[in-house]
Design a protein around this ligand. Structure first.
Ligand SMILES: *Cc1c(COP(=O)(O)O)cnc(C)c1O
Length: 409
């Protein structure tokens, strides 16, 4: 369909925003409220009938509007609305689409915070979620009930790196008249879920899109209609719950967005190099750019090919102790940081089993293959990746990895 024509990197290249004094960057709007020359225009703005007028920055600010419109272009949606965090975007989206006593079908391997929101928080309002293996389309369809309103998934899942078949999930959603919400945080530019039928695309901007780990941020990309619903002064979740991004941050993120295409290409190139060399050396590694990844073909079919297979790699060291030793040694060698989060210019690693995915009960984690020794690595923009590989392999040796039967089982 339009996947061939829409190029998200070109969309970034073509952004043209002038500052108030002809600056090459748009001016930052340093105001919470805005004046009107005529009282009537204020009223019209309240009612949503005065395009281009700003009312109050919890609704929209010029700086947030610039960033939102840039992200809408990248995701090829009519509109977008930035939020103070990824969770601010995700929770507002879900709460806008669901009512009490309705039901959600969600991938069982999603970001821990989203999982906790669906599993522990929404039941307060009698909203239940069925968690399914999202790679099994029959199981997804079988989980749909008469009161299901949302299918929720991540393009590349956190932390298991499972790939969602957005095209077919959207067909299932359409058939049942429900909305498909996709978190594209791990794969900006690589996937354009809206081109494959996703109704709403959300991101944590905290990760690859901002890329500097100096702020949290989020965005919802969707139709004009849905974004206007979110911002409605009477019943919009974004407007009323108030997870608004600060204008200064929006301006910063917009500047970082300009380098996203070259960063994604480099993250992917480095991760592909490491994954291939690890596999050749008998290290049990999971990366969607490897033929051995269960959804390698699906990823290849759905991707925008110029950006590679993303910067995320997982290694299974089986026990938490071994994972911890490996990560501490890596940090001591300055290969990267033992830290949660991802999409940073340096490599970050953590063991999500007992960390960011600890919201998921142990028996469920085991069932989905999320062992305590799983190490998730977000590969950085390193210039000398060969050197990084030698250090990683040496560290695995020192940790005793090759002495065990880890590589073979
Ligand atoms: C980090 C993350 C979130 C949450 O975003 P915040 O900016 O931390 O609120 C949501 N989804 C995914 C996939 C993430 O990695």
């Amino acid at each position: 369909m339009s996947r061939q024509k829409h190029n998200p990197a070109k969309a970034i290249q073509e952004l043209q925003f002038f500052g108030e004094f002809g600056g090459v960057n748009p001016s930052i709007s340093d105001s919470a409220t805005y004046t009107f020359l005529k009282a009537k225009t204020m009223l019209d703005t309240f009612e949503g009938n005065a395009d281009g007028c700003y009312l109050y920055s919890r609704h929209t600010s010029p700086s947030n509007h610039y960033l939102s419109s840039a992200l809408a272009k990248i995701e090829n949606t009519e509109s977008a609305n930035v939020a103070a965090s990824g969770m601010g975007a995700i929770t507002a989206t879900i709460l806008q689409l669901i009512n009490a006593r309705e039901h959600i079908v969600a991938s069982r391997t999603i970001y821990g915070g989203t999982y906790a929101f669906l599993k522990n928080w929404l039941p307060k309002f009698d909203i239940e979620t069925s968690f399914v293996d999202i790679t099994d389309l029959n199981k997804v369809e079988a989980a749909i009930k008469p009161n299901t309103k949302i299918i929720y998934t991540e393009t590349l899942s956190n932390p298991l790196l499972e790939v969602s078949d957005i095209e077919n999930l959207s067909k299932i959603a359409q058939k049942h008249g429900i909305k498909l919400v996709v978190d594209n945080t791990f794969t900006p530019l690589i996937f354009t879920p809206a081109n494959m039928g996703a109704d709403v695309v959300v991101h944590s901007l905290t990760k690859f899109i901002n890329g500097a780990n100096d702020t949290v941020g989020g965005v919802v990309c969707s139709s004009n209609d849905f974004i206007n619903q979110l911002k409605d002064v009477n019943d919009g979740s974004s407007m009323l719950l108030g997870p608004v991004m600060d204008s200064l941050r929006a301006a910063q993120i917009l500047k970082n967005l300009r380098t996203l295409p070259i960063r994604m290409i480099q993250h992917s190139k480095n991760a592909q190099y490491l994954a291939e060399h690890m596999e050749q050396d008998g290290i049990k590694v999971k990366y969607p750019g490897l033929q051995s990844h269960p959804q390698h073909k699906l990823f290849t079919k759905l991707m925008n090919p110029e950006f590679g297979y993303s910067g995320m790699i997982t290694l299974d060291l089986k026990t938490a102790e071994m994972a911890n030793e490996f990560m501490e040694r890596l940090q001591n060698k300055n290969v990267g940081y033992l830290a949660v989060s991802l999409g940073f210019y340096r490599t970050l690693f953590n063991a999500p089993g007992k960390g960011t995915s600890s919201e998921i009960p142990e028996d469920e984690r085991m069932a989905m293959g999320l062992s305590d020794g799983l190490v998730r690595m977000s590969i950085g923009l390193d210039f000398d990746i060969e050197d990084v590989y030698h250090k990683m392999k040496k560290t695995l040796e020192e940790t005793g990895y090759f002495k065990t039967d880890l590589q073979t089982n």
